[in-house]
Design a protein around this ligand. Structure first.
Ligand code: HPA
Length: 235
C-alpha cells in the first residue's frame, strides 16, 4: 500500500527524497507536482509546489489530496510547521496533534452535494508516528490541538491570546488537508515541527517569518529521520 507524505519546502533536497522520480499528475482540480520514490512506494507532495512559492492561502489542497487518491494512496502523513501556544511546548520539539480547530472557511470536495463528514485524525497512524519518533529519541509532544489560521500573515497578539485557551499549536494547513482526506476516505495524521512561540507568547520575543524558516530548517534533520523510518514501517 502506497504511503503519501505532504510536507513543506524544508524537506526538498533531503536524503529522504534521494533518487525520487518527479511526476505531474492531472486531477479534475488541477495539476500536482510530486515525487515518487519507487523503492519505498512513497508519494511526496511538496505543498508549496515545485518552485516553493505557493503561499498557504493559495495552495490547491483539493488537487493535492485528490492526486493521492488517484495514485492509490490510503494513508497520508502531513509534515507541518507550527507555532507553539504553550510555554511548555518548546520550539525544536515535534508534536503529533490529536485534534484540530478550523473556524474559517476551508476547502471541501462537497461543493454541490449535502455531505457532512465527521473530521478525525487517524489514531492508528498517529500511534505509529508517535512510536517511531519516540524510538528515534525525539523530543516529542504526543498530543495537542492544532488551530488553523488562514495565513499568510501571522497571528496578532490578541488572536494568540484568544486561541491559546483552546489549542496548543497554530499553523496554516493541517485542518484543510485532514478534512479533505476524510472526505475522500483516506487516513491522515500529522507530525509538526514546533518552529517558534506564537506571537506574544514570550512577551520579549520579536516574531518574524525568517526566524520561523530558520528554525524549520534546523528541525528538518529530525523530521527527515522520523519520516525515513515511517516510510519503512507504514508503506
Ligand atoms: N503561526 C502560524 N503558522 C505557523 C507559525 C505561527 O506562529 N509558525 C509556523 N507556522
Amino acid at each position: 500500500m502506497t504511503l503519501g507524505i505532504i510536507g513543506g519546502t524544508s524537506l526538498f533536497g533531503t536524503k529522504f527524497l534521494e533518487g525520487a522520480e518527479e511526476r505531474e499528475v492531472d486531477t479534475k482540480y488541477g495539476t500536482v507536482y510530486l515525487l515518487f520514490t519507487a523503492a519505498h512506494e512513497v508519494v511526496f507532495i511538496p505543498r508549496h509546489g515545485k518552485e516553493r512559492n505557493i503561499p498557504p492561502h493559495r495552495i490547491n489542497y483539493k488537487a493535492n489530496i485528490m492526486a493521492f487518491k488517484e495514485l492509490g494512496v490510503e494513508k497520508i502523513i502531513g509534515a507541518t510547521s507550527v507555532g507553539s501556544l504553550k510555554r511548555a511546548i518548546k520550539p525544536r520539539s515535534l508534536i503529533v496533534p490529536h485534534d484540530y480547530i478550523s473556524l474559517c472557511s476551508i476547502p471541501s470536495f462537497y461543493d454541490d452535494e449535502l455531505v457532512h463528514v465527521t473530521p478525525v485524525l487517524d489514531e492508528s497512524l498517529r500511534n505509529t508516528i508517535i512510536k517511531v519518533a519516540k524510538d528515534s529519541g525525539m523530543d516529542l509532544v504526543e498530543k495537542g490541538v492544532y488551530f488553523q489560521t488562514v495565513g499568510p500573515r501571522l497571528e496578532t497578539k490578541a488572536e494568540v491570546n484568544f486561541i491559546r485557551d483552546y489549542a496548543d499549536v497554530v499553523g496554516m494547513s493541517m485542518a484543510s488537508e485532514a478534512t479533505l482526506a476524510t472526505e475522500l476516505g483516506l487516513r491522515y495524521a500529522s507530525i509538526s515541527t514546533v518552529d517558534n512561540y506564537a506571537h506574544g507568547i514570550i512577551a520579549e520575543e520579536e516574531l518574524d517569518y525568517e526566524k520561523i524558516v530558520d528554525a524549520a530548517s534546523k528541525s528538518m534533520a529530525d523530521l527527515e529521520k522520523v519520516l525515513m523510518k515511517l516510510m519503512e514501517v507504514v508503506a
